[in-house]
Design a protein around this ligand. Structure first.
Ligand code: UD1
Length: 369
């Protein structure tokens, strides 16, 4: 039987989007009623932030790449909008599906909404209540523009209700990023192989850290304090630090590269998904400012200290292994010492983080469109 031709235009732009879109694209490929069309905005473009993930996640090559690259928020968002519109004009009876909270998410949602094309937001309703985060602005606006909103945790429904969004449009389906984690865990790359590939020793035990938020890396004094903290922890337990290109550039510009000494801090380039999974799974402790890693460590049952004052993912703190420790070195070090001494916070897996979120999403989409 030929497929009905309703096209779900799935947008990805930046590294954290790929793990979310992969299971949705796969489930749409299996749908008899809907077909995926994958658009990459090119917000992230380095092969290490990009092609590597597509290959590891078994994602098809994008049907269209908008090649927007880096720029200020205004330039990047505007470029995505300008280049996305003709893609939509060429699509047959499209629905636009966006994931997460990056600039590509809001840009494509806005283009579609103004053209009267239905917008679907996956990972809706998360709120840090911190408008200094560009992602918070992207989240609030994308949700306002969306016709169908899929949430990862129960807290999201109240956030959306408080912003006047009709509950009939909101579906609690669980976490697509955890679909990807569960599917790929058996293929995770052993940390020893990852470290050896970077010419680094493989310690028996280690912590993993990631830093990339502007609030943590753009001010050299803040970045130095955080690296000093990691070095201090590294006296007890080496800290593996895969560096986002933004962070690498800030470390170099601030003259902090000597702090990445290969003994206390084992710095790596950006890692692929399977290497990162192997590192996190085997870490005694993870320190991060990433949103996704708070969720992945909760799913893995690995203690996580989040180097921020707030989180848009409160279920990782309420049910999971996550603790918010902010950016104060004393507080971070005390929390790290306690975690290492006690084995860290135990947690449980939040509801519906069970590997079936994408299937639930596509079932709702098939009913709706
Ligand atoms: C973006 C997202 C953030 C997400 C992060 C994950 C927004 C507002 N932010 O932040 O929510 O957590 O992705 O990585 O959308 N760069 C490269 N190569 C690349 C991509 C970026 O070198 O492939 C460098 C460029 O110098 C660029 C900088 O990183 O200016 C920042 O990139 P950008 O896409 O603006 O934001 P991220 O910090 O990656």
């Amino acid at each position: 039987m030929p497929k009905r031709s309703r096209t779900v235009v799935c947008v990805v732009g930046a590294r954290p989007n790929y793990m979310k879109a992969a299971p949705i694209v796969a489930a749409l490929q299996d749908s008899v009623r809907l077909s995926p069309l994958l658009v990459h905005t090119g917000q992230h473009y380095d092969p290490d932030m990009n092609e590597k993930f597509f290959a590891e996640l078994g994602m098809p090559a994008p049907d269209s790449n908008l090649d927007v690259g880096s720029g200020s928020h205004a330039v990047q968002t505007a470029e995505v909008m300008i280049r996305f519109e003709p893609v939509l004009d060429a699509a047959a009876d499209p629905v636009v599906l966006v994931v997460g909270d990056v600039n590509s998410t809001i840009a494509c949602a806005l283009v579609a909404a103004k053209k009267g094309i239905p917008v679907v937001h996956v990972e809706a309703g998360l709120r840090s209540r911190d408008r200094a985060m560009p992602e918070e602005i992207n989240r609030v606006l994308t949700d306002q523009l969306s016709d169908l909103l899929f949430t990862t945790e129960r807290s999201a429904a109240a956030n959306l209700a408080a912003e006047g969004i009709d509950a009939a449009r909101v579906h609690f389906v669980g976490n697509v990023m955890i679909d990807t984690l569960i599917a790929n865990l058996p293929r995770a790359i052993a940390p020893a192989a990852t470290l050896a590939a970077a010419g680094l020793p493989a310690p028996a035990q280690f912590a993993v850290a990631t830093l990339h938020r502007p609030s943590n890396v753009d001010d050299p004094a803040v970045l130095r304090r955080l690296l000093e903290c990691l070095a201090e922890i590294g006296e007890t337990l080496p800290v593996v630090l895969p560096l986002h290109p933004r962070t690498r550039a800030r470390v170099d510009a601030a003259g902090l590269a000597p702090m990445l000494d290969g003994r206390r801090i084992l710095a790596l380039g950006p890692q692929g998904y399977l290497a990162m999974l192997g590192l996190m799974k085997n870490a005694r402790l993870v320190l991060t400012d990433s949103g996704g890693i708070q969720e992945e460590t909760t799913a893995l049952g690995v203690p996580c200290l989040t180097l921020r004052d707030n989180t848009e993912r409160p279920s990782t703190v309420e049910f999971g292994t996550n603790t918010l420790v902010g950016r104060d070195p004393g507080r971070i070090l005390a929390a790290a010492r306690e975690s290492l001494a006690t084995g860290g916070k135990a947690g449980r897996i939040p509801e519906f983080w069970d590997g079936n979120a994408a299937r639930r999403i596509v079932a709702v989409l098939e009913d709706s469109f």
